[in-house]
Design a protein around this ligand. Structure first.
Ligand SMILES: Cc1cc2nc3c(=O)[nH]c(=O)nc-3n(C[C@H](O)[C@H](O)[C@H](O)COP(=O)(O)O)c2cc1C
Ligand SMILES: Nc1ncnc2c1ncn2[C@@H]1O[C@H](COP(=O)(O)OP(=O)(O)OP(=O)(O)O)[C@@H](O)[C@H]1O
Ligand SMILES: [Mg+2]
Length: 506
């Protein structure tokens, strides 16, 4: 079976682990329900395309296990035996419609086309057919995944059936790793910068994939698999636009299609975990170093917090920061000791549990060998369903990323340097360089009282320039700093203040 073979032949351990879990879920469902009792909800989207091929492989393996097939791995001509439903809508992209029909034809899939809304369509279907379980390509991070597990009964108010979500814990990156590794066809819209597809009324290409090319009259987009931060997968679906504007790829999620540094500033929060820092026994050196690194790539650090080494303190801080910052960096409290509570705190902040992560466990056992036994397995328990491992050749063990929270295991500045370089190199985080800040400063021996009024006027006139002040001693000169991304504006702000201050001197 070519899908199973492609995954087994691949050396992507994470993908293998995700594949195995999905196949396990599919096989359990096929053991629980007869083939007449299951259905597959297919809509030509990338997630349901992944699921189609997983179902093909899962059903094939199920047959082999039960002695119904000769197990011939080159068996391509397998007719797809699971009832497949497609809710066709007049507002679907024509490319999605044709891909759905063509794919069905290629893999022997019999499509049941439903032209009602989901609920009425399912009510009618369940009256007519003995369906008890429906496979869906829902993934954690989808708005509809909230509260769902791999097997979730339909919600109240819906007809009764089991929703089976074999790829619930797959990330955006896993989806693309699967489609590219298995070399299967996917809808052509994904090669035109669409990263998640709804209807023509609410979907445009993802502005984060826009290629700036002033020579061309039409904007171009990179393919969906190039999106480095899966969190932003739905950026092209955030805003409802008119049907005509929906096909014009100029605006998405309020972001103009420009180089990111021209239109946006991203913010980061830093969380250090450690009672010893709060007791004053050791000093946090990673926080200031991270601030410099983030500033150098054009990010704004909005906060550094130091929290106690307990799960609730970590969870409370991460919960606040993850929704107000684009990225949260957390360090300290990583390891197998009783005080190593960071992973647990992050899990709690996202409302998930800690569960063994096979892939991470493998890295740890390679690193620690035989010593890695017993309680040390604790280290391989990571937030379930939301963890992405960020591998890099320079790192002995991958970094852990849970949505927009990156757990750093560095304990000193040298280790941080290595992890930072790996993050910058890694295309799977959103840590893109936004273009550096331009910094200028001037010093004055005027008093704070003399400077206050002109300075507040200038701050008001230049709202997008960060104007700050510091002094090294109460009696020494005052340094005024100007930070911004537009050199001319930074200089204009500094010049304007100089003029105002010189008139104070006179
Ligand atoms: C087969 C199937 C089963 C569904 N079951 C439920 C359900 O039990 N409860 C629910 O609230 N929505 C259910 N939905 C609706 C989806 O959660 C969601 O609203 C729909 O896929 C639209 O998603 P979109 O807004 O991202 O296009 C179901 C949809 C499908 C196709
Ligand atoms: N019109 C539809 N007909 C049948 N199933 C659907 C339809 N819309 C959604 N689904 C089911 O819901 C799942 C989740 O939809 P979702 O839009 O998140 O994923 P997708 O369409 O597969 O991929 P993408 O996120 O790129 O749009 C689908 O994988 C599919 O199982
Ligand atoms: Mg979709």
């Amino acid at each position: 079976m070519e899908i199973d073979k492609a995954i087994r032949d691949s050396d992507d351990r994470r993908l293998k682990a995700k594949y195995n879990t999905a196949i396990y879920v599919i096989q359990r469902a096929l053991a629980l329900y007869s083939i007449e009792e299951v259905a597959f909800s297919f809509n030509g989207g990338k997630d349901s395309t992944v699921l189609l091929h997983l179902l093909r492989a899962g059903h094939f393996l199920h047959q082999v296990e039960h002695g119904h097939s000769n197990g011939d791995l080159s068996d391509h001509q397998f007719t797809f035996p699971i009832r497949t439903i497609y809710f066709e809508s007049t507002s679907a992209f024509p490319e999605i419609n044709s891909f759905t029909y063509e794919t069905a034809a290629s893999y022997g899939v019999q499509l049941d086309i439903l032209r009602q809304d989901f609920k009425s369509g399912l009510e009618a279907l369940l009256k007519a057919k003995p369906i008890r379980a429906i496979f869906l390509g829902v993934r954690i991070g989808d708005p509809t995944a909230v509260g769902q597990e791999q097997f979730s009964p339909s919600s109240s108010g819906w007809p009764p059936f089991m929703r089976v979500n074999p790829i619930l814990d797959w990330s955006y990156r896993d989806v693309w790793a699967f489609l590219l590794t298995c070399k299967v066809q996917y809808c052509g819209l994904y090669d035109q910068g669409y990263t998640s597809i709804g209807s023509i009324n609410d979907t445009v290409p993802n502005a984060l994939l826009c290629i700036k090319d002033s020579a061309a009259d039409k904007q171009k987009f990179r393919p969906a698999y190039m999106l480095s931060d899966g969190r932003l997968e739905r950026a092209g679906r955030a805003r409802k636009v008119s049907p005509i504007a929906g096909r014009v790829p100029a605006v998405s999620n309020g972001l103009k299609c420009t180089e990111p540094h021209q239109s946006s500033v991203l913010t980061a929060s830093i969380v250090a975990v450690g009672d010893e820092i709060l007791f004053g026994i050791i000093e946090d050196q990673l926080g200031p170093s991270l601030c410099r690194k983030l500033h150098s790539i054009g990010w704004v650090v909005s906060q550094i917090a130091i929290v106690r080494s307990d799960v609730d303190s970590v969870a409370e801080e991460v919960e606040k920061r993850k929704s107000t910052s684009d990225m949260v960096f957390i360090y300290g409290g990583v390891g197998p000791l009783h005080s190593d509570v960071t992973a647990g705190g992050v899990a709690k902040a996202f409302g998930v549990r800690l569960a063994p992560d096979e892939e991470y466990e493998e890295y740890l056992s390679q690193l620690f060998g035989d010593k890695y036994t017993g309680d040390r397995n604790e280290m391989a328990r990571l937030p379930e369903g939301i963890t992405e491992l960020l591998q890099h050749e320079k790192l002995p063990v991958p970094l852990i990323m849970c949505h927009n929270v990156i757990i750093l295991s560095a304990t000193n500045v040298d280790e941080l340097d290595v992890q930072w370089d790996a993050l910058i190199d890694s295309r799977s985080t959103a840590l893109t360089s936004l273009g550096p800040f331009l910094s200028k400063h001037l010093t004055t021996s005027l008093t704070d009282l003399e400077v206050a009024q002109p300075l507040s006027k200038i701050s008001f006139e230049f709202p997008d320039i960060y104007i700050g002040c510091y002094r090294k001693s109460r009696t020494g000169p005052l340094t005024i700093t100007f930070e911004g991304k537009d050199e001319e504006k930074v200089e204009a702000a500094m010049e304007a203040l100089s003029v105002k201050l010189s008139s104070v001197v006179k």
